[in-house]
Design a protein around this ligand. Structure first.
Ligand code: PMP
Length: 357
């Protein structure tokens, strides 16, 4: 007797970063360091915990399904109409909703690879067919090859910018050209989970493309805004696309806590900028130190760095864990390491030196 879909058996699970408490226990250390999920290393922004506590005093009621106050705050901060904004349980949920809103079974979802590990899972569970275009030699998106891979069945393209896990980012001229080339009936989704960490002025803000009819932009409050645990992402698209997403969304999936926390976080934009500047400064320091051990570490525009270690990736991950640092190895490919506090980064760099020197 089979109750579930046979194709799910072959599909990998989304693997979250290992728990630091478990590793610390295993190693007999007071604590372990987690540099594996691209979170920021600081606590929630000032005022967030209080705002959430106040909101959940009414938790016996459903949250505002229209997410009116938060969408209005996002609309004002980012200069877009509120009817073009949809929110969801993390931007990963919104990526899934976009696939469900655009792809029928057998339609093609195109993305570059390696990129965010949720993309193949989202495609497969939604019935879409994944088409993966290999990254270029610099570990970034090969937009020309992606444009060439579009077929009559392509319904949606994901452009992860900056790219998770390699940290590379496509520039304005390349993206302009790509968007001019892609047919109008293909939705191009620019996934900007790490936008706030971008420092290269040539890397465009995806929102500057949001007036194009076939572009959608995904953002999250999980990274720079420090709300990973509350699960809140948002997107900007043309009103018809945003409306389609609101149709496929699970009702009430933007919780009361998420709405209140996000509103309180948005009031702390200056503090977010300050924290991002600290992360960016550490990103430069960590990248320079790593290049002494591994010269082809690419420039990162995100809050993590990529070590193209190939077959050594898993061993490197184990070596870091043995020193109490959890990183994210991708077997046979490389290792992604989140930028932490200066002290955490020092522990990681010592582990990296021991493993690679
Ligand atoms: N997009 C990218 C590129 C990511 O790296 C992540 C998180 N790892 C997400 C989307 C999803 O973030 P969330 O669901 O927490 O908003």
């Amino acid at each position: 007797l089979r109750l579930t879909r046979a194709d799910l058996e072959a599909l990998p699970n989304y693997v979250p970063g290992r728990s630091p408490a478990d590793l610390a226990r295993e190693l007999g250390l007071p604590e372990a360091i987690k540099l594996a999920s691209n979170e920021v290393p600081y606590g929630p922004l000032p005022g967030v915990v209080e705002a959430v506590a106040e909101a959940v005093a009414g938790a016996h009621r459903y949250p505002d399904m229209g997410v009116v106050a938060l969408r209005a705050a996002l609309a004002q901060r980012y200069g877009v109409d509120a009817d073009r904004i949809a929110t969801g349980c993390g931007s990963v949920a919104l990526a899934e909703h976009l696939v469900r809103a655009t792809c029928l079974p057998g339609d093609e979802l195109l993305y570059s690879w390696r990129s965010f590990e949720a993309y193949p899972i989202v495609a497969a569970t939604s019935g879409a067919t994944s088409v993966r275009v290999p990254n270029d030699a610099g570990h970034g998106h090969d937009l020309a090859a992606m444009a060439a891979a579009v077929t009559d069945r392509t319904r949606m393209i994901l452009v992860c910018n900056p790219n998770n896990p390699t940290g590379t980012a496509v520039r304005r001229a390349e993206l302009d050209h790509f968007l001019d080339t892609v047919p109008d009936d293909v939705l191009v989704v620019i996934d900007e989970a790490y936008r706030e960490f971008v420092t290269d002025p040539e890397v465009p803000d995806g929102l500057t493309y949001a007036d194009r009819p076939n572009v959608a932009v995904l953002r999250t409050l999980s990274k720079a805004w420090g709300l990973a645990g509350l699960r809140i992402g948002w997107l900007v698209a043309q009103p018809a696309v945003a409306a389609a997403v609101r149709k496929v969304v699970t009702p009430f999936s933007t919780s009361m806590a998420a709405q209140a926390g996000a509103l309180a976080a948005l009031a702390q934009a200056d503090e977010v900028e300050r924290r991002c500047a600290l992360v960016v400064a550490e990103r430069s320091r960590v990248t320079e130190a790593l290049r002494k051990l591994l010269p082809d570490v690419p420039d990162s525009q995100a809050n993590f760095v990529w070590l193209p270690l190939g077959d050594m990736a898993v061993d490197f991950g184990r070596a870091c864990e043995s020193r109490g640092v959890i990183v994210r190895p991708f077997p046979g490919d490389g290792v992604r390491v989140t930028i932490g506090t200066p002290a955490e980064n020092d522990v990681f760099l010592a582990a990296a030196e021991a493993a690679l020197a």
